[in-house]
Design a binder for this molecule. Sequence first.
Ligand SMILES: [Zn+2]
Ligand SMILES: [Zn+2]
Length: 367
Amino acid sequence: MRAIQMVRPEAGAAELQLDLPVPIPGPGEVLVRVAATAICGTDRHIYHWDPSLASMIQPPVVIGHEFCGHIQALGDGVRGWETGQYVSAEMHLVCGKCRACQAGNQHICERTVIAGIHQDGCFAESVVVPASNLVALDESVPPEIGAFLDALGNAVHTVQSARSIAGRHVLLSGYGAIGAMASAVVEFEGASSLTITEVSPTHLERARKWAAGCSGQTPIHIHNPAEEGEEWMKAMRDHTKGGVDVVLEMSGAKPAIDSGLEALYPGGEMMMLGLPSGADLVLANFSKNVIFKGLTMKGILGRRMFATWQEMLGLLKRGLRVEHIVTHRCGLEGFHEGIRLLDAGEAHKVIMLPSAGNPKTPISCES
Ligand SMILES: [Zn+2]
Ligand SMILES: [Zn+2]
């Protein structure tokens, strides 16, 4: 089968393999034929051999962890699933035995193995996953959206980790793909206002285009702090009467984290999904902005297994719109170009359709 494999432990060493053996599902596992898969920020970090992930990967490994498809074969002992069924899967494989797992917090299992990082993933025509990680999808979910439920789950989990969103002022820093998804959820859930900060001109343009199509029930303010300096903070303080209640930090950038803490009203909450590129982070005005304001800061990893999945499918069913986040589609051949587009900020979500004969250059879905 064809698959994108990291072949050496170095930046850029991902290759399209044309003839890898189709994996065989072991006991309790299923083989899924991949209908659509999405390139994630994590894949970019792997591709560039970022130190934050490099130590976790031992090439050769097929990368990719966001996908949907149809069950192709069942391993021994698999019950309750049948071939042909439309599914996605949680690619965090957890131990089920550690204290986190036993407490119902499988998403932060200390022995998590991630398919597409520690073992073969889904940038392939077929992928093997444990049956216990499958999530059944309704045919009403288009494959292009089914392809990135993993990431949408991150966004939903981040938003839902706040005490509440409805009727509260929200600041979201970093309108990348997950930021765009989280913005859609915040708007859908009826925040009092949503302020978005972003520095990439193309992402800003996408944010503005999305906001222009929203109902207006939740006023959306979009700012570029790199250009506006402290002006955006003044404007935000003005319309929120003192500060935001919730920050959804999606960028991992130190200036955004510092200003997020600064922007919070006392008693506020900061949900931190963005991964700073170094191992350490020094926060500005920590005593004043965190302790004296009595803030809550929470790290967000993955999505709850499987409550977030079910809630996310419920939101989609109720009308949450996320199709605007898909900007490009291509075959596995388009992977390198897809990474380039994402690096350049020219794409939000690049969807790969692993069936043969797809074009090398991702096709833009933006009008
Ligand atoms: Zn991902
Ligand atoms: Zn565990």
